[in-house]
Design a protein around this ligand. Structure first.
Ligand code: MG
Ligand code: MG
Length: 259
């Protein structure tokens, strides 16, 4: 009988972790700046211009620009848009929820994080959606400890959403390993499925993953628009997305994408 064991995912060395901390900090700086800049009347393209300039000023390059042909530095996704929105000229309006996803590559090492922001005063369901999605992210981050399994991260994210709401977790897009490449093995789903590749992977110090729940107010189903990038909810209801790049350390989870 052949017993298949999950291939080992090579943990990063301390020197590599130090590099990724630097890349992650740049991403954290961008998202902190976005919190100050985002408001009604501002256009997504303005935020993208700022982010690209800041990333380059810090000696890094935008991870997303040119990635499989993506044209901009940030993904900006508004309301029913889930992920991969292309920053354009249509200004934000009061009541919008806006997801900004940012990646930076410093000396060949990537950081990746996202957060959904409110523009002005948003409705109570949207506020709840953001709270549940961010809480789900932090529940997943809390499992990024030595000797936990990768599936424990997925379980924690899914369980938080189920416990706190009737919202749904997007299944078609998942978190991921990150390092020299923006997307590395393993995939990190935001739901638990026994037998999913690497779900039995035992976490070790130096494992660095991007944890990124996408939570929809209605159905989990999504579709891609004609621009071939923008992913929207199938039912047109709103979506939120929170992401951090997180390292497993002996002392517990270390979030790398903070300013
Ligand atoms: Mg991202
Ligand atoms: Mg990511």
């Amino acid at each position: 009988m052949i017993v298949r064991t999950a291939a080992r995912i090579r943990p990063k060395s301390n020197a590599e972790l130090a590099k990724m901390r630097e890349a992650g900090r740049i991403v954290g700086e961008i998202l902190a700046a976005m919190a100050e800049m985002i408001r009604a009347g501002v256009a997504p393209i303005e935020l993208d211009d700022f982010a690209e300039a800041h990333i380059r000023r810090r000696g890094a390059t935008p991870s997303f620009k040119g990635y499989h042909g993506f044209p901009k530095s940030l993904c900006i996704s508004v309301n029913e848009e889930v992920v991969h929105g292309i920053p354009g000229r249509q200004p934000f309006r009061d009541g919008d929820v806006v997801t900004i996803d940012c990646g930076a590559n410093l000396d060949g090492w990537h950081g990746d994080a996202a957060r959904t922001f409110c523009v002005g005063k948003v409705d109570s369901e949207s506020l709840e959606l953001l709270r549940v999605c961010e809480g789900a992210l932090m529940a997943g981050v809390g499992e990024m400890k030595p000797r936990r399994k990768l599936g424990d991260v997925s379980k924690a994210v899914e369980a938080f959403v189920k416990r706190e709401s009737s919202f749904s977790v997007v299944r078609q897009y998942v978190g991921h390993g990150i390092g020299r490449a923006l997307h590395e093995e393993p995939q990190v789903p935001n739901y638990y499925e026994p037998g999913f590749p690497h779900s039995d992977l035992v976490l070790e110090p130096g494992h660095i993953f991007a944890i990124e729940p996408m939570v929809n107010a209605g159905t989990h189903e999504v579709r891609v628009l004609d621009d071939l990038w923008t992913v929207v909810t199938a039912d047109g209801r709103r979506s939120a997305h929170f992401e951090h790049t997180v390292a497993v350390t002996e002392a517990g989870p270390e979030v790398l994408t903070l300013p």
